[in-house]
Design a protein around this ligand. Structure first.
Ligand code: ADP
Ligand code: MG
Length: 238
């Protein structure tokens, strides 16, 4: 677990600036949801947190450490993507242990961590199956399992539910929240779905065209939107 500080972060691709000075304080253990229309810069910001995209200016700190120049592998962060491709030729257990293997963990340590993650996610009976033998929801849980085996300081989710059908999406929201209540890992969760943001967040950050329009608890944003954009966005159906 760790706090995360995003301070006046800008990002340009060529001469096109997509983030215009974004500052977001995130407390240790908080579940923060970044929400905003498609193209507003959510994924870019998340990729910078993960170290997959360099920062044009500003700073990102995790705990006490400024990580601007820290490689992804050296950041204690795990990310769950939208297109959570599992390795088709590996079992559930192998999929979950793979990132530890890449980091040279021993096989006893890997087994122990995979077993624990499988218990948390109710995947224990499925460890020997292959991805094609799983349902959509089970695959999604394996994708989360791959992230939690590493016991990272920070979880990043980029629209992890957008490929699931509506019913499963609602069920997985609850599962992810329960996981957070259990592990208390600092989480940054990106979605363009207002309902997801309202139901999951400790704190919502509303983004629009590369800036933060407003941050606050779901209730604060709902009761006192700062401007028309926030009012329209939070108030409208998904
Ligand atoms: P969101 O996740 O909120 O939908 P993104 O962060 O993916 O938005 O994109 C923000 C803007 O940055 C978009 O206009 C997108 O086209 C642009 N963009 C993202 N990645 C790149 C890139 N590698 N090169 C050029 N432009 C990019
Ligand atoms: Mg995106």
């Amino acid at each position: 677990m760790s706090s995360v500080q995003i301070r006046d972060v800008r990002k340009s691709f060529g001469n096109f600036e997509v983030l215009h000075g974004v500052s977001i304080p995130i407390e240790d253990g908080q579940f923060v949801v970044l929400v905003g229309p498609s193209g507003c810069g959510k994924s870019t910001l998340l990729r910078m947190l993960a170290g997959l995209e360099n920062i044009t200016s500003g700073t990102i700190s995790i705990g006490d450490r400024v990580v601007n120049n820290v490689q992804p592998k050296e950041r204690d962060i795990a990310m769950v993507f939208q297109n959570y491709a599992l390795y088709p030729h590996m079992t559930v257990a192998e999929n979950m242990g793979f990132s530890l293997k890449l980091r040279n963990a021993g096989s006893d340590e890997i087994n122990k961590r995979v077993k624990r993650a499988a218990e948390i996610l109710a995947l224990s009976p499925l460890l020997d199956r292959y991805p094609r033998q799983l349902s959509g929801g089970q695959r999604q849980r394996v994708a989360m399992g791959r992230a939690i085996v590493r016991d990272p300081q920070v979880f990043l989710f980029d629209e992890p539910l957008s490929n699931l059908d509506a019913k499963l999406r609602v069920a997985m929201r609850t599962e992810i929240k329960e996981l957070h209540q259990r592990l208390k890992t600092t989480t940054v969760y990106v979605t363009h779905d207002q309902i997801e943001a309202m139901t999951m967040a400790d704190k919502i950050v509303v983004m629009h065209d590369g800036i933060v329009e407003q941050m606050g608890t779901p209730l604060e944003l709902y009761d006192k939107p700062d401007n028309q954009f926030v009012a329209g966005f939070i108030g409208s159906p998904a």
